[in-house]
Design a protein around this ligand. Sequence first.
Ligand SMILES: Nc1nc2c(ncn2[C@@H]2O[C@H](COP(=O)(O)OP(=O)(O)OP(=O)(O)O)[C@@H](O)[C@H]2O)c(=O)[nH]1
Ligand SMILES: [Mg+2]
Length: 682
Amino acid sequence: MTEKVKSGSRNVAIVGPYLSGKTTLLESLLFVTGAITRKGNVKDGNTVGDSAAESRERKMSVEVSAASTEYNDVRFTFIDCPGSIEFAQETYNALMGVDAAIVVCEPITDRVLTLAPLFKFLDDWEIPHIVFVNKMDRANIHVLDTLHALKAVSSRPLVAHQYPIMRGEELTGFIDLVSEQAYQYHPGAPADPIPFPEHLKEEEHIARAEMLEALANFDDHLLEELLEDIEPPQEEILKDLKLELGADLVVPVFFGVAELDYGVRPLLEAIWREAPEPETTAERRGIQVNHNTPLAQVLKTFYTPQGGKLSLVRLWSGKLTDGAVLNGVRAGGIYRLCGQQQNSINEVGAGEIVALSRMEGIITGDILTSESSPKPQLPKAPALEPVYALAITPEKRNDEVKLSSAITKLMEEDPSLAWEQHGDTHEVILWGQGEIHLQVALDRLRRKYNLPMNTHLPQVPYKETIRKATTSVHGRYKHQSGGHGQFGDVFLEIKPLARGEGFSFKETIVGGVVPKQYIPGVEMGVREFLAHGPLGFPVVDVGVTLTNGSYHNVDSSEQAFKQAARLAMQTGLPQCEPALLEPILRIQVSTPNEFTSRVLQILSGRRGQILGYEGIHDWQGWDSVIAYLPQAEMQNFIVELRSQTLGVGSFHWEFDHLQEVPEKLTERILISSGNGNGNGSK
Ligand SMILES: Nc1nc2c(ncn2[C@@H]2O[C@H](COP(=O)(O)OP(=O)(O)OP(=O)(O)O)[C@@H](O)[C@H]2O)c(=O)[nH]1
Ligand SMILES: [Mg+2]
């Protein structure tokens, strides 16, 4: 298909807290621009944004979805991002490739904190953004209070771009603060100009003055005009809005009702007029736009329900034509997306977001160039650490072999998933960002790869150690079976080592009472035994010395000495006061400081040891709490943390050390692991 040349393009992410109306806004944007002729809605599961089965089923977005449309001769590609914090990686990856973002939120003042991590990301990366206060058909707080609350969570100044006209809790129109023209909304039609509503004069003046003052902070000429009471020309205000939005210096605010298309056209008009062009974005990212050399970045990987692979890329530079070869891989096709609908095109120019098919071996975040050119570095959203785990086993035993290739594909789609086969517990553990995140991954395994899974809570990789030494434990292995017998005989000393030292093996054999060639067998026997100590777990921090023994000329062998060593360990280790050890994590929790005391309580309630807390230096109002937390207490920690912090608390973790399990817990752990005989660590 050959297309008429557009005068430009804009790529805009639609982001914001969970259920704020992003997918509904996308539907409305596509409708008012004519990309779709009938609007779907989230409840009926027929929106463009939530067309993936996993999103439809849950009535929430669980992955990004791209849709291209046209407005005033400019190609717009919107990326509808999931709001749930568990899918934040999707949002962050997409944001790296857009020219601007629309932050959709609700007019609920005590929930604005949920915007804080997003605002921080946008400001850290200087991504121009506009706020769209949605659901203004149910706004039971005053507009100025909404603005005030929003300002408190943004490090950049928020400026109202319009002043809403309300009837009770319902939005009926708006005053454009640049032109001071008032408009009345109508269902299913563009807004009409109306006379200025005099009763709003005072409030409108306050909002307009604030907007102009915020803009003047970055424009001396405008500042002079304001000081001299000169009315600035509209073109000057619009020019400043464009420049300052483009440099992420100010954040314009709009109001609307996405479900009724109210406020959607003014929003679109503002993005069209004020959002930076793709070349400006490339320049700000330090990318040399070279018209000959393609440079693209993968923002998302999809495996479609039919099994095909699609890589959503931002083309920063150059152009792509059908059959282009990037990083040595030939693209199967170039597509503009509208949710799951793929429209094939022959060619695409710099500044657009399109999908490439069959880019085998290419994963999200990859930088793509034509074969010959050296690859420049482009910033990449940091990968989120997994904070929630489930152990999984295929429902059908034979499926085990298929599992790793399916999970690898899932991880190509979603880099915030991880998996491991645990060395101690032998479980396959799926790691992710929360319960829903993992449920979606399991749904995909079942639906796309026909791999239904059973899940259970992962076992804690406990270890055990000893508290006391024992001298000279004897192990003798003697076996006579027909011809050639077996004989091994050893004396071992077992002692505890300092925490973290692991295992050591020594020998003090004199006079060849245990011949040299059999000593490795003794060590092997000891090591094998230590894989499952008397409490049922791997034993660590133990030193064993082979002190004495005897052998038989004919019947001795390495194998026989191995058995003798095992027998000695079996007798000796229970005499050494075995003790259970649990992994302790060092965690760093980030939380709004109004919730810090709750976080401390949660940690103490989970046997955590608080090491300290302080304000985060580049994040006003947020604290960082450092603590030791037993791994056994981590399972639902993220769930509780989020429930106590409006969903925004997060944490980093790393293994720190092993520590003895408190006596009163040991017995419970041993019984539930099926290893204990109820006699605790004694
Ligand atoms: N009253 C009202 N409800 C709305 C409006 N916009 C969306 N909704 C409803 O809000 C709910 C969530 O809408 P979505 O569009 O799925 O929100 P979202 O932000 O995409 O949600 P996630 O992607 O899951 O974070 C749905 O039930 C919508 O019908 C609006 O303007 N007014
Ligand atoms: Mg959505």
